[in-house]
Design a binder for this molecule. Sequence first.
Ligand code: HGY
Ligand code: MN
Ligand code: MN
Length: 416
Amino acid sequence: MPAPGENMRINGQRLWDSLMEMAQIGPGIAGGNNRQTLTDDDAKGRALFQQWCEAAGCTMGVDTMGNMFATRAGTDPDALPVYVGSHLDTQPTGGKYDGVLGVLGGLEIIRSLNDLGIKTKHPIVVTNWTNEEGTRYAPAMLASGVFAGIHDQDWAYGRVDAEGKAFGDELRRIGWVGDETVGARKMHAMFELHIEQGPILEAEGKEIGVVTHGQGLWWLQITLTGKDAHTGSTPMTMRVNAGLGMARIIERVHQIAMAHQPGAVGAVGQANVYPNSRNVIPGRAVFTVDIRSPDQAKLDTMRAEVERAAHAVAAELGLGCEIEAVGHFDPVTFDPGLVKVVRGAAERLGYSHMDIISGAGHDACWINRVAPTVMVMCPCVDGLSHNEAEEISPEWAAKGTDVLFHAVVETAEVVG
Ligand code: HGY
Ligand code: MN
Ligand code: MN
């Protein structure tokens, strides 16, 4: 029986075919995906994933946040399972691999274990976490956050989207409210494979990212209140322009992030002015600041500087200013023992690798609070993600999944 890492490889073609088939569900308009959480397309993607898992001999469990858990039995039913997964929901203009690679990479491990006739002591559970993206329902990683006890389920059920539809109602509407108590499952370990979503691995010529840490983030939703007025007949000195305030604050966010280099980022990706009419000075602006850093002190300092700048701009322009934190998690340190297992797998397989800090947030960042957790990354072309042109190579997908395979099987302990 080959010990992990001698000659075990996943079936790269089968993995790629599954990625391409899943990408047919909720297609974008430019080759990527728009399979947003709790939409009918999300439901279709879930059903296909469940069909594949059951065809691979897994039993599917679903909790009250719609998190999906496909279990391959171990030889010791009392042994805590090894979890491996990510998310199937996408951005509105998302790519085919963000999250999906981690879920279908987990499924490929099950398929490969079946092919090789390998048994493990610990069960292995492939997971799809609901609403990782946080684009339709803030915050990101909502369901893994409830699982980890960060968010209360009733609060999560009450989150509403831009059309006022509540999370709980939409989860019921698509028929994916499970019967398991969220967070009741205990884990031996949790692994997540994910594309880097940045340029480092490709630029360094590395095939594998051994993720030691994840940067922390704040999402600050700012509401500026001014006065609707005619854009033509209102003198410049009489305007109370919320749109102008938003523009000045967006510039200040950029300056604050630049002032904290290296290791800080900041931008505003979601912005709305009201009434959003060509010839009305916006009386209201609502936008979300996204600031991040792997350094706790920098992250907290940037938050304070953004809030100070927002209130100062609002005062200059006579605007009302409300700031609500709609997303947050501190910088993450993944389990050092599992980091060693991942690094050892990459070395055994002879794949080029480097330690890396995750720039993006992931479900693993919350699960790390309740179980030993680690991530594996593969490069993506030009570091591009959250863009329909997101691309990876079949080789990168296969090698990342090979490392995941070896690390998961080593942790789940081969029997016989
Ligand atoms: O925002 C993030 O970092 C993740 O893509 N949800
Ligand atoms: Mn993701
Ligand atoms: Mn994403």
